[in-house]
Design a protein. Structure first.
Length: 212
């Protein structure tokens, strides 16, 4: 089974709803080790993307959906999140241009490209206490699930589970990148907000695929 533009749109719409629901919680996480506006910024960006999805043609591909999201996030989301997530969706879109449907290989390629875009833009690595610590486990889980012949829905579910585990794992770490790095050991005990929003987004992707 593969997923197409309908899934991509459903993912973004579900992400917008989940981020709105968790906006205050994301702000709280960010207030502990950052500026305190991650939830607000993410909510603004994804809400801005919704009407643009309505303007897509009936022949839109997943890449078309992701390009719209990328440009919207870059132009509307404040702080580091806009450029990072925008780059993620842009690089992911470029990796699947021309594909009407994404199979397991396409999903693994898409997630890898998104993660690599974040790494390229933010210069963070695993263990730095950033969103990369959710994206990398998700990529690894998706790649392994695809190699094992899992369905697209199962690939995304395993990626989402790994992303959440990665977000939780950031709690006892000292941050090495971003605003949180200025706090030193005071960042210990706080989950990275970008890793948490990544987990939310990938859970939405899995739930959208489960409804296909």
């Amino acid at each position: 089974m593969s997923v197409g533009a309908d899934w991509a749109e459903a993912w973004i719409r579900r992400s917008a709803a989940d981020i709105a629901l968790n906006r205050a919680a994301l702000n709280t996480l960010d207030r502990d080790i950052g500026d305190g506006d991650h939830g607000e910024n993410m909510d603004r960006g994804f809400q801005a993307a919704l009407p643009k999805l309505d303007e897509l043609s009936d022949t839109a591909t997943p890449a078309d959906v992701f390009k719209v999201v990328a440009t919207t996030l870059i132009s509307t989301v404040g702080g580091a999140a806009g450029p990072l997530y925008g780059t993620a969706f842009l690089k992911a879109a470029l990796s699947v241009v021309g594909q009407v449907e994404l199979d397991g290989n396409g999903l693994a390629t898409f997630l890898t490209a998104a993660r690599d875009g974040i790494v390229l833009r933010g210069k963070a690595e695993s263990g730095d206490k950033t969103m990369v610590d959710s994206w990398t486990p998700a990529v690894d889980a998706a790649t392994a699930a695809n190699a094992a012949g899992a369905s697209t829905a199962e690939i995304l579910r395993q990626a989402a589970d790994a992303a959440l585990a990665g977000a939780v794992a950031t709690e006892p770490w000292v941050a090495r990148k971003g605003r949180a790095s200025y706090l030193g050991e005071r960042a210990i005990g706080h989950r990275d907000p970008g890793a948490e929003s990544t987990a939310l987004l990938l859970r939405a992707a899995a739930e959208a695929a489960g409804q296909e």
